[in-house]
Ligand binder design. Structure first.
Ligand SMILES: Cc1cc2nc3c(=O)[nH]c(=O)nc-3n(C[C@H](O)[C@H](O)[C@H](O)COP(=O)(O)O)c2cc1C
Length: 509
């Protein structure tokens, strides 16, 4: 079978060749997703902690008025106004002041947080879909379970076309998507450590408690599961409570969290987890499942796109090259510093097995002034006040409480956590908010520092920079990837020059 035959497998027809991977927190915001989708590929916003992101954007004075514009289109205006009034500060808060502290997510969530999730997810998708008619996706981490239901509902209210989810086993998500089409109530099982039979661990959400008027049925987005093993692909198809529309198969060089190596953990001399044969995915078996799939983790080059197509994939999911392009919301100083390091050959990525409170390996770019430096890490007061990565656990009296391996170790241990599990953990919630220019400020003096994640492909991003330039945009990444296409598979591919010109046209909207 030729490459072209594989690329035009019926399951690949009409699918994007390039998915711009969701990058949290807020790195793939609406601007980046909109740019990518405008070019006929799939732009994906990160859905992680959008409640916090919207709240902080409003406290920063809503530069450009984009939040206000999107809020004006939200179907339930009273709720939109409540959110605006709670957080909007004309001209923005002063740099010395901290952001408002929101309550942390709990199983029986505060109404305020549920509303923020609905509205913020709506806002992000509304803006990403503005000015073009191509599909847009949203990415969530399964492990951050409590916000799922209101978040997905908000994204669906704005017409999201794809939901992508990894970092867990999201078998209960497809059914949620089905329920929300007709605004029906949905549930989600919260993972609770130490749970015993009879405990109520079900999260409930009923859209009708939030609707200020009737709205027509919503479109059911396609659901793509992000996986790193054949077993998980099969489990997703066999056990999901609704349709799984495809897979992203992500390897261990990808930015963000990585699946841990299988078997007994081995660490190399640099302290990084060692991946072996057992960690590779058998693509022949994936093909047999008959669902479209995309390959991720170092696939940001025309050669790798061709490799993926030749393996029967619909295309590739790419993160790192897009994280450093002009439209990404990564802080400009961090972006420029790492671009320069990639250019001069000093960029380095480590797979940190300890940093993430989730326990998953996390890719960290080594950069001065960020938590990748031991002294910056040690100088940070160990505080857990955002709490997205908290683990729910059963207390001795049968209640549900929450702990994070990144919180002060004494507190974690007092909640039954294992001190060893807390060593070396970093506060991803606060540092990832700092990465996109919304750092918390404490006692008017300690400003949270960032911690940048990027894939091993960071060292190659200079290939997207124009000669004499110091930056590149999303269109440059897409053009470069499509450049060496053997032929446009299944008819949906934009050419090098039309990719750039389409973006410019859509920017004029
Ligand atoms: C800055 C950054 C943040 C990321 N955050 C997420 C995330 O929140 N959820 C997720 O599923 N994947 C996340 N990823 C992974 C990407 O979606 C994508 O699968 C991956 O970057 C592809 O590999 P590459 O980095 O080699 O291009 C992130 C990647 C980067 C670079």
């Amino acid at each position: 079978m030729s490459v072209g035959d594989l690329a035009c497998h019926t399951e690949n027809v009409g699918n994007p060749q390039i998915i711009q991977g969701g990058m949290g927190v807020g790195v793939s915001g609406w601007r980046l997703a909109r740019a990518v989708s405008s070019l006929g590929q799939l732009g994906v916003v990160s859905g992680t902690a959008l409640d916090q992101v919207l709240s902080r954007r409003l406290q920063d004075g809503d530069p450009g008025g984009h939040m206000r514009r999107a809020l004006d289109h939200f179907p339930f205006p009273v709720m939109a106004e409540r959110i605006w009034k709670a957080d909007y500060i004309a001209g923005g808060k002063s740099a010395a002041h901290g952001y408002r502290k929101l309550p942390q997510h709990r199983k029986d969530n505060h109404r305020e947080l549920e509303e923020l999730c609905i509205v913020s997810n709506f806002v992000e998708i509304f803006l990403a879909r503005e000015g073009h008619s191509n599909p847009v996706g949203i990415n969530y981490l399964e492990k951050i379970q409590i916000p799922h239901l209101p978040s997905i509902y908000g994204a669906m209210l704005a017409g999201v076309e794809y939901v992508l989810m990894g970092a867990g086993i999201p078998i209960k998500i497809p059914g949620v998507l089905d329920r929300f089409v007709n605004h029906e109530s949905a549930t989600y099982p919260l993972a609770v450590t130490g749970v015993v039979e009879g405990d109520d661990t079900t999260i409930q959400f009923d859209p009708r408690n939030f609707m200020e008027r009737d709205v027509p049925p919503l479109t059911r987005p396609r659901f793509l599961a992000i996986i790193a093993s054949n077993t998980l692909a099969t489990t997703m198809l066999r056990r999901s409570n609704g349709k799984v529309d495809g897979f992203i198969i992500e390897g261990p060089t990808a930015g963000g969290h990585n699946a841990p190596p299988r078997g007994k953990l081995q660490i190399d001399e640099a302290g990084e987890p060692v991946y072996g044969e057992r960690d590779s995915v058998d693509l022949a078996k994936i093909r047999e499942l008959g669902a479209p799939f995309w390959l991720a983790g170092g696939f940001g080059s025309p050669e790798k796109l061709q490799d993926a197509l030749a393996a029967g994939a619909a295309g590739v999911q790419v993160g790192t090259p897009f994280a450093f392009c002009a439209e990404s919301d990564l802080r400009a100083d961090y972006k420029q510093a790492l671009l320069e390091m990639a250019r001069n050959g000093s960029a380095r990525i480590a797979t940190d097995g300890l940093a993430s409170p989730t326990g998953f390996p996390f890719k960290v770019a080594q950069l001065e002034g960020t938590l990748s430096e031991p002294e910056v890490y040690r100088a940070r007061p160990r505080v857990c006040d955002l709490g997205y990565l908290r683990e729910a656990y059963r207390t001795s009296d049968g209640a549900i409480d929450y702990r994070c391996a990144g919180e002060p170790i004494t507190t974690y241990v007092a909640k039954g956590g294992d001190a060893e599990r807390a060593e070396g953990r970093k506060c991803l919630c606060n540092s990832l908010m700092a990465n996109i220019g919304h750092p918390q400020v404490r006692a008017a003096k300690h400003v949270e520092n960032g911690l940048i994640t990027a894939g091993n492909d960071l060292v190659n991003i200079v290939r997207f920079i124009h000669q004499d330039g110091s930056a590149y945009d999303a269109a440059d990444v897409i053009s470069a990837l499509l450049d060496a296409s053997v032929r446009p598979p299944c008819g949906a591919v934009t050419t090098n020059s039309s990719a750039s010109s389409q973006l410019r046209q859509s920017d004029a909207h």
